[in-house]
Design a protein around this ligand. Structure first.
Ligand code: NAP
Length: 296
């Protein structure tokens, strides 16, 4: 079976590497060619355009930044969708909104291409370890067909429902991640404003059920002031926006998410865009992100 992989950023590069480790034959494409080099060194083939990649593969994975990038890669002037062979499988792992997944599924069906949405939870370190969680939307038979491939990259595969249900679950998960991180930053700001040390707050809060477990994984970044991106803040803002779009489409109100989305946008404007999304802490604390002492 020949596998194509388009989108070799933080996540895609690591996911594709795990397919390679399991001896699958890979053809890859990335807008910025350099990012493909480590995979090419280990034997992957490079396609110089998405159509040339599509012509060769049975299964195509995409792991791209946002809906526009996916749409451009699939349906743009140099798009892959019209070049996949009938009955090929397109697995979109990008974090996109469910109505967009359903639109891509319909476009794929017109060319007799099978479509699965399979976004992931878990950042760069879990991607390296092959321990991602996949939230999968699609026909059961198609999901079964690609399960062995997903298990090279993840250790939890949840078949949520039909096309668009994987990305539906992803919207819900990232709403919790984005608002949870921002609420934690605000709570820490209050604590330090009241004279509690950062260490006291971390030690105390992380041992209570009041904070989400993922926040323990962000402690080192926050204490060290090193916000190198595992999950870029700009993509968290994008996910908050896509949750908001999905709420509009389904008649649901998300006041908290919409306010949080704008906080992330302000952080982007303040220069935190390429950093890890935990840099919302640095933004909340002021420019230096350093520990606060109580003062009016
Ligand atoms: N990082 C995480 O922890 C994490 C976890 C779960 C889900 N996700 C989701 O996974 C997806 C990828 O995230 P990432 O962290 O790997 O981001 P990333 O490192 O920024 O990679 C983004 C990828 O999309 C490509 N891209 C962006 N805009 C494009 C365009 N207009 N046309 C063609 N290609 C384009 C980039 O190509 P270039 O290399 O040329 O820029 C790169 O391959 C996103 O949807 C993100 O929300 C990320």
């Amino acid at each position: 079976m020949k596998i194509g992989f388009i989108g070799l950023g933080i996540m895609g590069s690591r996911m594709a590497a795990n397919l390679q480790k399991h001896d699958y034959s890979l053809v890859v494409f990335n807008r910025t060619r350099d990012k493909a080099e480590p995979l090419l060194d280990r034997g992957a083939a490079l396609a110089d355009s998405p159509p040339k990649l599509a012509q060769q593969v049975d299964v195509l994975f995409t792991m791209l930044a946002h809906p526009d990038a996916v749409e451009q890669a699939a349906l743009g002037a140099n798009g892959f969708l019209n070049h996949l062979r009938p009955n090929a499988l397109w697995v979109d792992c990008s974090s996109v909104n469910p109505s967009f997944s359903q639109k891509m599924a319909a476009e794929a069906a017109r060319g007799q291409i099978r479509f699965i949405d399979a976004p992931v939870t878990g950042s760069a370190p879990l991607a390296v370890d092959g321990k991602l969680t996949f939230w999968v939307g699609g026909d059961a038979a198609d999901v079964d067909a690609i399960r062995p491939l997903l298990l090279c990259m993840g250790n939890k595969i949840v078949h949520v429902g039909g096309q668009g249900m994987g990305t539906s679950m992803k919207m819900v998960v990232n709403l919790l991640l984005g608002t949870g991180m921002a609420a934690f930053a605000e709570a820490m700001e209050l604590g330090q404003g009241l004279g509690l040390s950062q260490k006291m707050l971390f030690d105390s809060l992380l041992s209570t059920p009041t904070v989400a477990p993922f926040l323990a994984l962000k402690r080192e970044k926050i204490e060290g002031g090193n916000y190198e991106a595992e999950f870029p803040l700009r993509w968290m803002q994008k996910d908050m926006h896509l949750a908001s779009v999905s709420a509009y489409e389904s008649g649901v109100a998300l006041p908290l998410t919409n306010v949080t989305k704008e906080i992330y946008r302000l952080a982007m404007r303040g220069g935190h865009e390429p950093k890890d999304f935990s840099a919302i802490y640095e933004f909340a604390m002021g420019d230096d992100g350093k520990e606060r002492t109580a003062s009016p």
